[in-house]
Design a protein around this ligand. Structure first.
Ligand SMILES: [Zn+2]
Length: 315
């Protein structure tokens, strides 16, 4: 099973990591390739990215008749060079635009790679791949997408707005690794129609104003109705999902991002020699202990430990 996690939202699909065979995982998930709008890469190990060029090409074909569609890919620095080099040298054409967002900053101080024959390894440019960057905040968090100011969802069962953030994880020394957290926006409160009618306000556009926190006059203009008088909680709660890849430690900034998550997904594919703990060094025991501590201290509701599938030949 490749490193690839598929998250289906109401109208979009997110992919986290794209190891070799990622397209098989996507097919098994029954998510449509056309719906994939964002791909998130946790780190630049081969078992997490070697399926990415093929995935981009398939996505390009799937969106052949939607040339304005843009696929956004996020990950550590180096991701742009990896994609452009691979696709240019393989003479691959993309029909749609790919925006590559590199997460800049963080704790890892990068050394510029010096190759004695550097001139033989130029930086490649691909006409359909655009390089962008996202700076790290002082709190150690990358804000990939903030909530939109206005709720766009018409049906409260399907929330369309969400926030995406990332922060660093401990993985292998000198390999920058991030985890991602997707959080839906809390749905708008609902109108108590019976109470409105009792106060002299029949269903109308004024309901929207009340939902947006604006007081309105009742139908005969004899009374002003305040939002708190007629708004009731929405039974649909916002959900929060954290995808952390294969780590050997979760720093505080990342743990805080995971607070109150409904689901935390963690891989169990790290080689045991990288565990930075004393004791038995047993990976499963270590990860369960770490996630139980996280669950207790940061109020996780549920965590998923993906199966062992170590591929040391990639590293
Ligand atoms: Zn790795």
């Amino acid at each position: 099973m490749p490193s690839c996690t598929v998250l289906r939202l109401s109208h979009e699909v997110f992919i986290f990591d794209a190891g070799e065979g990622a397209q098989i995982t996507l097919k098994d998930s029954r998510a449509k390739l056309k719906r994939v709008t964002r791909i998130f890469i946790t780190h630049m190990h081969g078992d997490h990215i070697l399926g990415l060029p093929g995935l981009l090409l398939s996505s390009s074909v799937a969106n052949l008749f939607e040339p304005d569609s843009t696929l956004k890919v996020y990950g550590p620095p180096g991701l742009y060079n990896f994609l452009t080099t691979t696709l240019v040298l393989c003479h691959c054409k993309l029909k749609t635009t790919v925006e590559v967002y590199e997460l800049m900053g963080g704790s890892l101080v990068r050394q510029q790679p010096q190759h004695p024959k550097g001139a033989l390894f130029p930086q490649f440019r691909h006409p359909n791949i655009i390089r962008k960057t996202i700076p790290c905040g002082e709190d150690g968090v990358w804000t990939i997408k903030a909530f939109d100011s206005v709720m766009s969802s018409k049906d409260p069962r399907y929330l369309e707005d969400y926030e995406i953030k990332a922060s660093e994880l401990h993985h292998v020394p000198n390999v920058q690794t991030v985890g991602y957290v997707v959080k839906e926006q809390e749905p708008q409160k609902r109108i108590d129609v019976w109470k409105c009618e009792k106060l002299g306000l029949m269903p109308s556009m004024k309901f929207s104003e009340l939902k947006n926190g604006v007081a309105v006059q009742n139908d005969d203009g004899t009374r002003e109705i305040q939002p708190h008088e007629v708004l009731i909680d929405n039974p649909h709660k916002a959900r929060k999902v954290a995808v952390l890849g294969d780590t050997c430690g979760i720093p505080f900034a990342m743990a805080q991002l995971c607070k109150d998550a409904d689901v935390l997904i963690h891989e169990a594919t790290l080689r045991e020699e990288y565990l930075n703990v004393s004791g038995s060094g047993d990976l499963l025991v270590f990860l369960l202990h770490m996630l139980c501590l996280l669950s207790r201290n940061f109020n996780l509701r549920f965590f998923v430990l993906l199966p062992f599938n170590t591929k040391p030949y990639y590293r």
